[in-house]
Design a protein around this ligand. Structure first.
Ligand code: ADP
Ligand code: MG
Length: 692
């Protein structure tokens, strides 16, 4: 590293502090100046002790009256200070003898803290404080006081002193920082240079409104936010460019197979299905690999869209692979698709992790020889030993369960003389628009925004487990009326074993209480064949009630099931609940979903379950989920790198995203040499991390 940027150039930084700073991801002076405050305090005005109020942060200044060590329940140091308006107690539970001795009677102290009602009136606990020698240094701080993210062993004061030194160097141009945003942009938008912005944000003058800073509306903040969002956008676009770089086979179907498939269906596609299918067909006809995300709410008919896309590729003599995240779902796709395609003369193949022995050898051979043309499976399709004959379209269902980068691994599997297969990604977890624009900037998106006709709405009720008996009776009643029901068991433990155990116990209990019902059980630890048999029996209405773990979350389709009970729904994400609930409401009778929570509920949990009750709109639910939990959790941290945003906040700054897209395009054209340094500056680490 540049010697000039070495942290030990600062006074007071030795090997130990340098190591501690590394925990804050600060490895150089340049990193240090990018370590920005997360909020500010106004300590520029000194308050009268007599005017202090409970729970109000304030700066006070006074003369030490006494400093005594008290031996109560807990040993503490109690210092009393006074100004002409009153006396205030300051209490320390952690203190040294040296510290006590600092508080000589008559010394002048300035403290910053939040006053709280205590044993002796208002008290300050462990305030930041400063002894003012000779009473001369009594100017209040001229700026807002920054509060930095920090780590154990580095106090705010320490960090501020280090920063003071670093900022001096920054101001003197001793820390080289290229301004990577073009000057004309900054002028056009009235934004400061990078150096100005950083200097300002570390030490904003006291006139600045705290509220403006808290909303991140100040130009200095906007300048950095734009730059960071731009860096993320560029990185996504670069990922896309590299994915598309090899080119792809141009697929121009005649629509013969397409028409034949439609002709044998008992329904016609919705307008939304048609529109999205056309978008895909247009992509396929281009010489670049398609990278398209199809979002469609649960039950919107994504499978048909995928099948129609497949028609064109199959007709052109290529293979199509469809990958699903669970074996149950893959199995179901395999059944549906072979029902559709085998009669049309398209041989289908099946490959899952549990396909073993002779069956596996045969499957692999059929795939490699091109005898299997439409291949359905799980992650197993990624494995090294799988070789395709000519794979031109990869369809990934329920993509949020695969990593964003994982899907690129199928790129090399096509055996297309250096060309890449087209990729179609389908998700039923609608990704809020704001997130889609940044997290999935490397994908084009299509939305199936319409459900097939004849669906009936689902009524959702939120019920405490104290009313479990009633709920059981309700299941009984529904099943006697020829409906079918799901009972979903969730468990907070990550352990699949425990989840399965819970489901087994519940199934036994329910069987005892409802002896006349035919009850089945599916969970993740059952053999694939057993699971498939139970699912088939449920589908054929040989079972009334299916007790399950969340394995049935995605894709399972049994239209006659019209009641779902979800235990401990408060433990699941809203998107997951929405997925689960989407298993009902697929037929023409009115459906019900009972969210059977464990009382008492926290405030947030209440709000979240309320969202489920009031809405059936996956997009709305996803937005709410995002608001209540934040993007990292909604999308899964590994997948995005978004949790690494340092100054931007996707929700707060959502309105900037269209502009950021525009900026990215312009930068590629006008200043391509700045792309790399920008990405490196803002997500050097994150990118490395994501590529693993
Ligand atoms: P999802 O989008 O959740 O994957 P599916 O593809 O499983 O939805 O479709 C749900 C159900 O709707 C299936 O039974 C499917 O056959 C049926 N379906 C799909 N499209 C239509 C349509 N246009 N009209 C009527 N039913 C449809
Ligand atoms: Mg589906």
């Amino acid at each position: 590293m540049d010697k000039q940027l070495d942290l030990t150039r600062l006074k007071g930084v030795g090997p130990k502090l340098r190591e501690q700073l590394q925990r804050l991801n600060i490895h150089s002076l340049a990193d240090l100046v990018f370590h920005l405050p997360f909020r500010y305090e106004d300590r520029s005005r000194i308050q009268m002790i007599g005017n202090l109020q409970h729970q109000q942060p304030a700066v006070v200044q006074g003369e030490v009256r006494s400093a005594d060590v008290l031996f109560g329940k807990r040993r503490s140091l109690l210092v009393k200070i006074a100004d002409h308006s009153g006396v205030l107690s300051i209490r320390f539970y952690h203190f040294s003898a040296a510290q006590k001795n600092q508080f000589r009677r008559g010394a002048l102290v300035r403290c910053y803290g939040e006053a709280r009602r205590g044993a002796s009136g208002l008290e300050l606990y462990h305030p930041e404080y400063q002894l003012l020698d000779n009473g001369l240094d009594d100017l209040p701080e001229p700026q807002l006081t920054p509060v930095y993210p920090t780590t154990e062993g580095i106090s705010q004061q320490r960090l501020r002193l280090l920063m003071d030194q670093a900022l001096e160097r920054l101001a003197a141009n001793e820390i080289p920082l290229d301004d990577l945003l073009p000057l004309d942009w900054l002028q056009q938008w009235g934004l400061p240079s990078l150096k100005q912005a950083l200097l300002f944000l570390h030490r904003p003058p006291r006139e600045v409104e705290l509220a403006e800073m808290a909303n991140a509306h100040h130009p200095a903040q906007q300048r950095l936010i734009l730059e960071e969002l731009l860096a993320h956008q560029l990185s996504m676009q670069r990922l896309r460019a590299s994915a598309q770089q090899p080119g792809a086979p141009v697929i121009q179907g005649t629509r013969t197979l397409h028409q034949a498939l439609l002709a044998q269906l008992p329904f016609t596609p919705t307008a939304a299905q048609q529109r999205v299918t056309n978008e895909i067909i247009t992509d396929l006809a281009r010489p670049l690999p398609m990278l398209r995300l199809v979002q469609g709410d649960v039950g919107s008919g994504k499978t048909l869209v995928a099948a129609l896309a497949a028609c064109h590729v199959l007709e052109a003599g290529f293979q199509v692979a469809l990958m699903a995240p669970t074996e149950i779902l893959a199995e179901q796709h395999f059944q549906n698709l072979s029902d559709w395609f085998e009669p049309l003369g398209i041989p289908c193949g099946w490959l899952a992790g549990k396909t073993k022995g002779k069956a596996r050898v045969a499957a692999l051979e059929a795939i490699a020889a091109g005898q299997a043309q439409l291949i359905v499976g799980t992650h197993a399709l990624f494995q090294e030993e799988v070789h395709f004959h000519r794979l031109a379209l990869v369809i990934v269902d329920e993509q949020h369960r695969f990593g964003v980068h994982q899907r690129l691994a199928l790129k090399d599997k096509g055996n297309l003389d250096g060309l890449s297969p087209h990729q179609l990604i389908m998700t039923a977890t609608p990704i809020p628009r704001t997130l889609a624009m940044s997290a999935y900037a490397d994908l084009d998106t299509s939305i199936i925004d319409e459900l097939p006709p004849g669906r009936s709405p689902i009524t959702t009720v939120v019920v405490s487990d104290q009313r479990r008996e009633e709920v059981i009776q309700r299941v009984d009643h529904a099943c006697r009326e020829q409906a079918q029901a799901y009972w979903v068991c969730t468990l907070i433990e990550e352990s699949e074993a425990l989840q399965c155990q819970a489901a087994e116990n519940t199934a036994e209990d329910l069987a005892t209480q409802l002896p006349h019902l035919r009850i089945g059980l599916v969970h993740g630890r059952m053999k694939a064949a057993e699971k498939a048999a139970v699912m088939a029996a449920f589908k054929a209405h040989q079972l009334d009630l299916l007790v399950a773990t969340t394995v049935i979350e995605v894709g399972v389709d049994v239209p006659n099931a019209s009641l779902m009970v979800i235990e401990n729904p408060e433990r699941l994400g809203l998107a997951q609940l929405h997925q689960l609930r989407g298993r009902v409401g697929r037929g023409s009778v009115a459906s019900h979903c009972v969210l059977l929570y464990k009382a008492p509920l926290s405030f947030t949990s209440k709000q979240r379950l309320h969202v489920m009750r009031e809405s059936q709109d996956g997009f709305y639910i996803a937005e709410q989920d995002l608001m209540l939990r934040g993007p990292g959790e909604v999308l899964g941290t590994r997948q995005t790198g978004l949790q690494m945003l340092r100054v931007a906040d996707l929700q707060r700054d959502a309105e900037l995203l269209p502009q950021v897209r525009e900026m990215a395009t312009q930068l590629w054209h006008q200043h391509p040499q700045r792309v790399e340094p920008l990405i490196l500056r803002w997500l050097g680490d994150a990118e490395r991390y994501a590529a693993v």
